[in-house]
Design a protein. Structure first.
Ligand code: LMR
Length: 465
């Protein structure tokens, strides 16, 4: 065979880049998911790439008989495996979704109230939203992340479109950049990062590169590596930044380090693309968690921000989020918006109405907004309590190692440092489910389940060295 063939989710591609756009994207993705990306994230799903596009022709009668069985998603697939486990002690710490002390999903009271208002409002209809979504929702979302007093908002140089949660916002933003940002088609993403990032950006037509972020030795930020890598990125390159509560590491830059990053990026004309999936979840304060984004807007430069209401309002399945693009002036912002519409219309036409209406109802009413911030703070505090309980439980068991990173890391996840073998052992012996890179969702833990997790970690590190 002259040309090497790889497959992504069953699509056959050749080693030479194809000319058709869709094929080119799949080709690029397959290239990116080849060995280099295994370093970017252990839970990135690069197993999607198979050396052979065919798994055998078991049904020669089908035109799809060449389609290979795709692996489960590395994060959402953990829930699939968990659901199949009949054990009464099983524990799902895979997906980042908040659970109550009883281990149940939580619908916020303020969300129930908003839904009640919406259901009882007979004037509401089910017409299509505009391509850009619910206008109120967009305005309020921009205010939430950029601040009510943001000069960029007052100067009308921000365009905001409602999208399908954080992933959809990233995808629309990336597609826009791929079409209209001609300086660079490279996006630098932290190493490691959320497993879906490389796939979203590559399929949108961007080429994905990594910058150093996490130091496994200190279990903290590799600020030196980060500054070196961004310092040598080509001028104009796009840089993905987690606004707060970095996923999967739980390691955020300090305020001083953010300032170093901002100055370096602006001096090299690097374009910031923020992923803000956890506003309010890191510190319990919406304003504090938005600080890094606001500092990049305050300097007058341009940036993109993808927002999600999955975690902070518990609206996971409603798929509600927003993409804001901060521009230099209102004329540019208006032209950018016109092009975003051309991205969205053929992708999903226009966004759904329900989730955005819940968010708008809460954000525009002072009392409901306050009730939300109280509930959000309670979720963030419960996660912090879980960190302390787990840390103490490991200390009580004299589990070998330094576990202080559990209380130092921030947000929904702890990047435990457990290796793939130890994770597999904990799943097999203790029915504890987590991503294979050792990330655990602290939001899925409760006082009742901490001892079980601590026993499992203790057994894993003492028996699976
Ligand atoms: C996670 O990282 O667990 C969440 O962001 C859920 C997801 O879609 O991966």
């Amino acid at each position: 065979m002259e040309k090497a063939e790889v497959s992504f989710a069953g699509a056959k591609m050749h080693s030479r880049a194809p000319s058709h756009t869709a094929d080119r994207r799949l080709y690029l993705l397959s290239r990116h998911l080849e060995p280099s990306l295994s370093a970017i994230s252990a839970h990135d799903g690069n197993r999607n790439v198979s050396a052979s596009p065919t798994s055998g022709f078991s049904d020669p009668g089908s035109v799809f008989s060449h389609v290979v069985q795709a692996p489960e998603d590395p994060i959402l697939g953990v829930t699939v495996a968990y659901n199949k486990d009949p054990s009464p002690v099983k524990l799902n710490l895979g997906v980042g979704a908040y659970r109550t002390v009883e281990g149940k999903p939580l619908v916020l009271n303020v969300v129930r109230k908003a839904e009640h208002i919406l259901v009882n409002d007979r004037s509401r209809v089910k017409e299509y939203l505009p391509i850009t979504g619910l206008a109120d929702f967009n305005k309020l979302s921009a205010k939430l992340i950029l601040g009510a007093d943001s000069p960029a908002i007052h100067e009308n140089r921000v365009t905001t479109v409602q999208c399908l949660s954080g992933t959809g916002s990233l995808r629309v933003g990336a597609e826009f950049l791929s079409r209209h940002y001609h300086q660079q088609h490279a996006i630098y993403i932290p190493q490691p990062t959320w497993g879906n990032h490389p796939k979203v950006f590559t399929l949108a037509g961007l080429s994905v590169k990594a910058y150093r972020y996490y130091d496994p030795v200190t279990r903290g930020l590799d600020i030196q590596g980060l500054l070196e890598d961004l310092g040598s990125a080509p001028s104009g390159a796009i840089v993905l930044l987690h606004a707060c509560a970095h996923n999967p590491t739980g390691v955020d830059p300090t305020a001083t380090q953010w300032e170093q990053i901002r100055k370096l990026m602006r001096s090299r004309s690097l374009l910031p693309f923020f992923d803000s999936a956890y506003q309010g979840f890191a510190s319990g304060s919406l304003d504090r968690d938005a600080h890094p984004v606001r500092s990049f807007v305050a300097d007058g430069g341009e940036c993109l921000v993808a927002q999600s209401y999955a975690k902070n309002m518990g609206l996971y399945g409603e798929r509600v989020g927003a993409l804001s693009i901060v521009c230099k002036n209102p004329e540019v912002a208006s032209r950018v918006e016109s092009q975003l519409k051309l991205v969205i219309r053929p992708m999903y036409s226009n966004p759904p109405i329900h989730g955005a209406s819940i968010v708008a109802t809460i954000l525009k009413d002072r009392n409901m907004y306050e009730e939300w911030t109280d509930e959000l703070k309670a979720m963030a505090d419960r996660i912090i309590t879980m960190r302390h309980q787990l840390f103490e439980a490991l200390r009580a068991r004299r589990t070998p190692g330094d576990w202080s990173h559990i209380i130092k890391q921030i947000g929904m996840f702890t990047f435990t440092g457990l290796n793939t073998k130890q994770v597999a052992f904990m799943t097999k012996e203790f029915h504890i489910y987590m991503t294979s890179d050792g990330r655990i969702s602290m939001a899925g833990l409760s006082s009742k389940t901490v001892p079980h997790l601590a026993d499992a970690i203790h057994a894993a590190v003492t028996r699976m060295v």
